[in-house]
Design a protein around this ligand. Structure first.
Ligand SMILES: Cc1cc2nc3c(=O)[nH]c(=O)nc-3n(C[C@H](O)[C@H](O)[C@H](O)COP(=O)(O)O)c2cc1C
Length: 158
């Protein structure tokens, strides 16, 4: 398969989800993309749906896109090929940097979301925001994204 990945169930390969920092992709209303490093993430069942809960600080451009953009996000767990993007995604802001260009990331159009996933990652999740709330840290907010599609790369598929 040219994409080098297969669709999986939302709870499969979770050990890889928990292991490393994720690349969270968001989009504004006219299709401009941004990517942010995300450590505070959890995958679990919420109201009978598989969700990823992302904890995002109010100061992030990502927060603005999550609240004023397309109401979707993707979560991408980098492989050795894309791990370098964590520093770029985590130490510069989409307000003044095209982080996709800077990190040389390629995208795969979403099947279930307008927001694309990132190529050459070990796991990808396409999520629709179904709930949000203040986090227990006053500077952060929780976004609950229902997992509509999930993928694992051939690198980790058993
Ligand atoms: C390894 C790493 C993990 C991070 N995890 C989070 C996180 O879970 N939540 C968060 O709000 N910021 C987190 N950050 C900080 C953001 O990624 C960083 O502020 C980024 O520049 C925000 O980009 P943006 O303004 O384009 O949204 C992390 C940064 C690094 C380097």
């Amino acid at each position: 398969m040219s994409e080098n990945r297969k669709e999986i169930g939302p709870y499969e390969y979770m050990e890889y989800f928990n292991r490393t920092t994720a690349l969270m992709v968001t989009m504004d209303k006219i299709g401009k993309l941004n990517v942010m490093a995300l450590d505070w993430k959890k995958l679990f069942e919420f109201e009978n749906k598989p969700v990823i809960r992302a904890q995002v600080a109010y100061s992030r451009y990502t927060y603005t896109l999550l609240t004023e953009g397309v109401n979707q996000f993707t979560i991408n767990i980098p492989s050795g090929k894309t791990a370098h993007a964590i520093d770029i995604a985590g130490f510069s802001s989409g307000r003044n940097t095209d982080k996709f260009k800077k990190a040389g990331l390629d995208i795969i159009p979403g099947k279930s979301t307008k927001v694309p996933t990132i190529k050459d990652c070990i796991l990808n999740y396409e999520c629709q925001i179904i709930h949000e709330e203040k986090s227990n840290m006053s500077s952060h907010h929780y976004f609950y994204g229902e997992i509509l599609s999930a993928y694992a790369s051939n690198e980790i598929l058993k």
